[in-house]
Design a protein around this ligand. Structure first.
Ligand code: AHM
Ligand code: MG
Length: 341
């Protein structure tokens, strides 16, 4: 039969929405509820980010978060949006937020099978000058058998994660997720519909990665010698690499995923554990990168080089150095420590 639909309408008759795709992938209604709750919070945060100037949301809230960073007004708001969406989903047992000192243990009446760690608005120091930000999250299944969760349900290896994702608030709002061993899926928020629509399935790093390195070079003199030599190599050896550093992890990782290359936040003299947190920054990005065919390492950390997903954190806001991206470039950096990814 001849089709009379313009392309935009034809797609609407068979729309690849997030909940439909997740249901196809898992047949698990609890997981669909979880993903809908996270997606709803991301849409609310996206709207706040886009209205921040008009709504008077620029600037600090006058408080500090768990690791001593100044909280922005929009950090506090985004945290409330994530916590409330997850709490009333009735499918979560334990929540950990970058913006809260302690884990949130759900009462029995609200408790469910998932434990979620998240950074509600990563890169929020960029918000006042209209640079991209994002939400990052990891999900584990509760393993304790009592009626409510415990903190050890979330102090687990990255390899135990059942879902990892981030939502980028850039020129478009995009959600990137992997769950229960699936490939990486990329969704784009259709603002006219208010739904995330699948725009790439089983996303992989490009076969030939672009030669891009991404690191805050202002810290150069504080890095150890192998790290300085590795970065010198990107700048001075052939092929010469291009430097790109947004200073928002979500934006820098999103570019690395789509174009290839490497992103690093290593330990330095002042920040012996690096800057980024294990549970809700490094683990989710490491899981997504691994599923897309890349890799993530701690680099040299406490005398050894570890695959990031093998770590088991001892506290909820623990930090770790990260070297993440395509194998070509991560291996090249680790070779300076006489090891490989
Ligand atoms: P935040 O969680 O307080 O926003 O800090 C994390 C951010 C990352 O998005 C980014 O990669 C990094 O901090 C940038 O740090 P720096 O300004 O030291 O380069
Ligand atoms: Mg952060």
């Amino acid at each position: 039969m001849a089709s009379f639909h313009p392309d935009s309408i034809r797609n609407d008759t068979n729309s690849l929405t997030l909940s439909r795709q997740v249901m196809i992938g898992t047949r698990d209604t609890d997981f669909v509820v979880l993903m809908n709750s996270i997606a709803c919070a991301c849409k609310l945060i996206s709207r706040s980010v886009r209205k921040a100037g008009i709504a008077g949301l620029y600037g600090n809230a006058g408080s500090e978060n768990a690791t001593g960073d100044d909280q922005k007004k929009i950090d506090v708001l985004s945290d409330e949006m994530m916590v409330n969406a997850l709490k009333y989903s009735h499918v979560c047992a334990v929540l950990v937020s970058e913006e809260q000192d302690d884990p949130i243990i759900m009462p029995e009446s609200l408790s469910g099978k998932y434990c979620v760690a998240f950074d509600p608005l990563d890169g929020s120091s960029n918000i006042d000058c209209n640079v991209s930000t994002g939400t990052i999250f990891s999900v584990w299944e509760k393993k304790s058998t009592g009626p409510v969760g415990v903190v050890d349900d979330i102090l687990r290896a990255g390899n135990d994660i059942v879902c990892a994702g981030y939502c980028a608030y850039g020129s478009a709002t995009e959600l990137v997720i992997t769950y229960y061993g699936s490939g990486v899926q990329r969704y784009t928020l259709d603002p006219s519909l208010g739904e995330f629509i699948l725009t790439a399935n089983n996303l992989k790093l490009p076969e030939v990665s672009k030669t891009i390195y991404s690191i805050n070079e202002g810290n150069y003199t504080s890095w150890d010698k192998p790290m300085r030599t590795a970065i010198d190599g990107f700048r001075l050896n052939e092929p010469r690499y291009t430097a790109r550093y947004v200073g928002s992890m979500v934006a820098d990782i999103h570019r690395t995923l789509l174009y290839g290359g490497i992103y690093l936040y290593p330990a330095d003299e002042k920040k012996g554990n690096g800057k980024l947190r294990v549970l809700y920054e490094c683990f989710p990005m490491a899981m997504i990168m691994a599923k897309a065919g890349g890799t993530a390492s701690t680099g040299m950390f406490k005398g050894t080089v570890t695959n990031l997903l093998d770590l088991v954190p001892k506290s909820i806001h623990e930090k770790v150095p990260i070297v993440i991206g395509c194998h070509r470039d991560v291996d090249r950096v680790l070779a300076h420590y006489n090891t490989s990814a």
